[in-house]
Design a protein around this ligand. Structure first.
Ligand code: PLP
Length: 426
């Protein structure tokens, strides 16, 4: 099946009721046939559901659908994108490990890396400038992963994924990539060597600003046993789950099986089945929503680029953008419907623009059917100092627009009106 079909029909076969929509299994537990069956389910010897913190049939459909879209072997849905990022890292790093990360990151991911993981003994090493060059000296025998966003939020940089995975694999290091912004319809990181993909499903996949969710997808390809000294959690009996050896017992998807049975089972950031249902609804229309949003984003980027009230525009579809070539290489000629710009007048003008829009919603979210505006330096990345902001490529005046599905003329009129106010203020 093609992506557009998988997004609508993947992973679901109706039961005896022949229900066409995926049912919401609003149940905490599942009735075992007998003690033998219960034991076999717990030992993961037979497929089956036991307790909603660990798995659920509605979530299972979403998991199969997302794994198929990303070209992975299995996936695990969780309560939010941050739960996905956290579990992905904690699944392979432990006190004494380090991870090497690109600096162009979503604000909470940045904070988690810079200020929380170090407190539990996981050293986080930030690359600077071009990660392909600056990451190599940061890697050592304790490096548990390389992490980057395939398209940075809000920097809009496109990662050179093949170069980064080649570098990591030369040192026996797995790669985790956050593919939230492009979605699997524009980019499938596993095709370029990524080992683990994470998403905030809250954004384009949910698509309506109603539902938090996250997912971890296993490519099933990383050779954990070749690096057993660094990754004993995959190669030695797991004390947290009655002696399972993940790489041996679940060779197709050891990463996701461990994330489910250790991280999720014991800390419980579970996606509710109702939220899984809403995310499935969103996924069904992702392909057509993206097309319209991309067209709106291109029109807005062109409008801003031609306007003398605007200092600069960040849009990877323009030849002057530093990721123009990488966007062509990795995004199938498409550009995610996010446009950043700096109004003439700097920080004050940016805040004035933010205050003056009428249709654009002022908030910290993206990927909604509604058009959204955010000002990163005063919100999502507010906790970053000037040097950290510069490293994350967030100018103080950066305004980020996430384009929705409204009529383009209404959006341009709103932008025109807010730019006028910003120009007067500055
Ligand atoms: N990753 C990226 C790239 C994001 O933009 C976000 C949120 O904006 C997250 C992760 C975190 O997702 P959530 O808000 O679902 O926890």
């Amino acid at each position: 099946m093609r992506d557009e079909t998988i997004a609508i029909q993947g992973g679901y076969t109706a039961d005896a009721t022949r229900a066409v929509a995926v049912p919401i299994y609003q149940t905490i537990a599942h009735d075992f046939v007998d003690a033998d069956h219960a034991g076999a389910v717990f030992d993961l010897e037979v497929p089956g559901f036991h307790y909603n913190r660990i798995n659920n049939p509605t979530n299972d459909v979403l998991e199969q659908r997302l794994a198929a879209l990303e070209g992975g072997t299995a996936s695990l849905t969780v309560a939010s994108g941050m739960a996905a990022v956290s579990y992905a890292v904690l699944n392979l790093a432990r006190a004494g490990s380090n991870i090497v990360v690109a600096p162009q990151l979503y604000g909470a991911t940045y904070t988690w890396f810079a200020h929380v993981l170090p407190t539990v003994g996981i050293d986080v090493r930030f690359a600077s400038g071009d990660p392909v060059i600056s990451m190599e000296p940061l890697i050592d025998k304790h490096t548990a992963a390389i992490f980057f966003e395939t398209v940075g939020n809000p920097a809009g940089n496109v990662a050179d994924i093949a170069a980064l995975t080649a570098l990591a694999h030369r040192y026996g290091v797995p790669v985790i990539a956050d593919n939230t912004i492009p979605t699997p319809l524009m980019l499938k990181p596993i095709e370029h060597g990524v080992d683990v993909v994470v998403h905030s499903l809250t954004k384009f996949i949910g698509g309506h600003g109603t539902t938090l969710g996250g997912v971890i997808i296993d490519a099933g390809t990383f050779p954990w046993t070749e690096h057993a000294d660094r990754f004993p959690m995959f190669t030695e009996p797991e004390p947290a789950f009655h002696g399972v050896v993940y790489a041996r017992d679940f060779p197709d998807a050891p990463f996701v099986v461990r994330a489910r049975t250790v991280a999720l089972r014991n800390t419980g950031a579970t996606l509710s089945p109702f939220n899984a249902f809403l995310l499935l609804q969103g996924l069904e229309t992702l392909a057509i929503r993206l097309e319209r949003q991309e067209a709106n984003a291109l029109a807005v980027a062109e409008y801003l680029a031609a306007d003398d009230r605007v200092e600069w525009v960040g849009y990877a579809g323009f030849p002057g953008h530093r990721s123009f070539d990488l966007a062509k290489q990795y995004l199938k000629g498409r550009v995610p419907p996010i446009v950043t710009f700096g109004p003439v007048g700097g920080y004050r003008a940016a805040l004035s623009f933010f205050d003056s829009v009428c249709l654009f919603k002022r908030l910290v979210n993206l990927g909604d059917a509604k058009s959204l505006v955010s000002h990163s330096a005063s919100t999502t990345h507010r906790q970053l100092g000037p040097e950290e902001l510069a490293a994350a490529e967030i100018a103080p005046e950066l305004v980020r627009l996430s384009l929705g599905l409204e009529h383009i003329d209404d959006l341009l009129e709103d932008i025109d009106h807010a730019l006028n106010t910003a120009a007067r203020t500055s």
